[in-house]
Ligand binder design. Structure first.
Ligand code: G1P
Length: 284
C-alpha cells in the first residue's frame, strides 16, 4: 500500500517495570542516549506516511503532550545564543506540518486490545498502524517496510515478528506459520497470546508494530478477556483471520525493561558517533 494514514500509540501503561525511573516521567519519555523513546516511534510513524497520530494515553501522563507542544521561550533562547543544532533537535520534537495529533484516554489498564479500541473514534478511514514505543527498532524504519508489504483487502493484519528463545515464548504473541523470508508477509494459521512454553506453536513472536484492517475495532468490541485477564489485541487479530507476520530488517530492543534500554542506549551512542550531527535514527 502507498502509506498508512493513522498510527495509534498505546502509551497509557504506568511503566511499573521501570520504577522508580517512571514515577514522575512516563516510560515513553525515558531517553535512549539523547532522544526519548517516543520520538523514535513518532519518526517511524512519519516515515510510514502517517498523517494522524493517535495517542492512547492516561490522565497522569500529560508530560507526553507537553513533549509534543512547541516551546517558544526555549526556542527563542537557543536562537539568541546561536545554538542551531539544539534548536533543530528541539523543533524536531513537534509533529511536522500535515500530521495532526489526537489524544484519547484509556482510564483503566484493560489490555492492549482495549487500548487500541480506545483510539477507534480518532482514526482516519483505512487500515491503521500501531506502534508500541517500548519496542525500539533501529535500522530501516520497520512500519514503512510493513506498509510496503501490506496488501489491503487481501490481508486483515500484518504484525512485525522475530524469533525468540524457546524459554521466552510465554512473554509474547506467538504465530503458527512457515518460516517465511524477511520482507515478506507470511500467512499464519494461528496467533496465540503468551502461550505456555509447551503449547507454543513456534518461536516466532510478535513485536510491537501492527497494520490492521479497520474491521479490528468491531472485532475488539466483541472480544472478551484473554491471557492475563486482559482484552488482547492478539485475540482480535486471530479472530479476524487473514493473519500475516512480517520479519523486519532492523534490530529490536525491549526498552520496557532496564537491560534493553541500556543496550539500546549503547547502540544509539554508536550510531551517533558514526553519523555525527544527524539528529534522527528511525528515518535514516
Ligand atoms: C504485547 C502484546 C504481545 C507482543 C508484545 C511485543 O505484550 O500483547 O503479543 O508480543 O507486546 O512487545 P506486552 O509486552 O504488552 O505484555
Amino acid at each position: 500500500m502507498d502509506g498508512l494514514t493513522t498510527v495509534i500509540f498505546p502509551v497509557a501503561g504506568l511503566g511499573t517495570r521501570m520504577l522508580p525511573a517512571t514515577k514522575a516521567t512516563p516510560k515513553e519519555l525515558l531517553p535512549v542516549y539523547d532522544t526519548p523513546l517516543l520520538q523514535f516511534a513518532l519518526d517511524e510513524a512519519i516515515a510510514a506516511g502517517a498523517k494522524r497520530v493517535v495517542l492512547v494515553s492516561h490522565p497522569d501522563k500529560s508530560a507526553i503532550e507537553d513533549y509534543l507542544t512547541s516551546a517558544p521561550a526555549l526556542e527563542e533562547s537557543l536562537t539568541r545564543k546561536g545554538k542551531a543544532d539544539l534548536l533543530r533537535a528541539l523543533r524536531a520534537t513537534c509533529l511536522p506540518d500535515g500530521v495532526d495529533l489526537r489524544v484519547v484516554h484509556q482510564p483503566e489498564p484493560l489490555g492492549l486490545g482495549h487500548a487500541v479500541l480506545c483510539g477507534a473514534e480518532a482514526v482516519l478511514p483505512g487500515p491503521v498502524g500501531v506502534i508500541l514505543p517500548d519496542d525500539l527498532i533501529l535500522g530501516d524504519p520497520c512500519l514503512a517496510e510493513m506498509a510496503a508489504a501490506f496488501r489491503p483487502g487481501e490481508m486483515r493484519s500484518l504484525t512485525a515478528a522475530q524469533e525468540v528463545p524457546a524459554g521466552q515464548v510465554d512473554r509474547y504473541g506467538i504465530f503458527a506459520c512457515p518460516p517465511g523470508a524477511p520482507g515478506e508477509a507470511i500467512p499464519c494459521t494461528a496467533f496465540v497470546e503468551k502461550p505456555a512454553i509447551a503449547d507454543a506453536p513456534s518461536r516466532l513472536a510478535a513485536v510491537g508494530r501492527y497494520i490492521l484492517d479497520a474491521a479490528v475495532f468491531d472485532v475488539l468490541r466483541d472480544t472478551g478477556k484473554g491471557a492475563g485477564g486482559e482484552i488482547q489485541l492478539t485475540d482480535a487479530i486471530a479472530r479476524m483471520g487473514g493473519i500475516h507476520a512480517f520479519r523486519f530488517s532492523g534490530t529490536r530492543y525491549d526498552c520496557g525493561g532496564k537491560d534493553g534500554l541500556v543496550e539500546a542506549t549503547l547502540a544509539v551512542q554508536a550510531l551517533r558517533r558514526g553519523a555525527a550531527g544527524r539528529p534522527r535514527i528511525a528515518a535514516e
